[in-house]
Design a protein around this ligand. Structure first.
Ligand SMILES: [Zn+2]
Length: 216
């Protein structure tokens, strides 16, 4: 991506964490319908059906990033070794499915999460960030939280409003959403989120290691 391609245009990065799930197919359908590409930070704990969806994500032109194999804070954030063990398990599962290991990563809970302190101490996250970078990953947090995990099932109108209120003041919006079985209202909200972002003047892009050389 050349910086000169879109020097001033506002850019939205739709990101879906915790999938694939039984909602992934619906999310992919909506993205195709609106001709929008997104980024999926995947987990590894699903079954064969879920793993098959890694391929669909890639095949349909979306970006795949790693998130966690287990997403179990108490284990993965208890030590560097257990974090790596979890990561390598996910690398293997994804590689076996799509034939390569992605180069982007998102920490469960974000890179500024508090929960890792509880399990692994106050210096753990700094060590994990170094480890992730050493292994060639670029990690991404978000600057727009859709709020879809605030409760078990957040009303879809609320999700739309939360996203569009937060993006209106931004030039680049990395939007956190969840691809999980229970998060059906996130799927419901997606078409209006896309339309609303378009109305606000956003173009859409995927997150890659090159994304922010020119964006920020
Ligand atoms: Zn997550």
């Amino acid at each position: 991506m050349e910086c000169t391609d879109h020097p001033k245009q506002k850019t939205a990065y739709l990101t879906f964490d915790d999938g694939p799930s039984e909602n992934t197919a619906k999310i992919l359908e909506i993205l195709d319908l609106y001709e929008v590409k997104a980024t999926f930070f995947v987990v590894g704990s699903g079954g064969e059906t879920e793993r098959d969806l890694y391929k669909q994500i890639v095949k349909r032109g979306h970006e795949i990033g790693l998130h966690s194999y287990t997403h179990d804070y108490a284990t993965m954030y208890s030590s560097v070794d257990l974090f790596i063990e979890d990561l390598e398990k996910l690398e293997k599962a994804v590689d076996e499915s799509i034939g390569f290991i992605p180069s982007i990563y998102r920490f469960p809970g974000g890179s500024a999460n508090q929960v890792s302190q509880k399990h692994g101490g106050s210096s753990l996250m700094a060590r994990l960030k170094k480890e992730i970078e050493k292994r060639g990953y670029l990690f991404f947090d978000w600057n727009v939280d859709s709020g879809d995990t605030k409760s078990y099932l957040v009303d879809f109108d609320q999700i739309i409003e939360t996203v569009l209120k937060s993006t209106i003041s931004k030039e680049n919006a990395i939007i956190l959403m969840h691809d999980a079985p229970v998060k059906t209202t996130t799927v419901q909200a997606l078409p209006e989120i896309i339309l609303g972002l378009k109305k606000q003047g956003f173009r859409f892009d995927i997150l890659t290691p090159d994304s922010f050389r020119c964006q920020f």
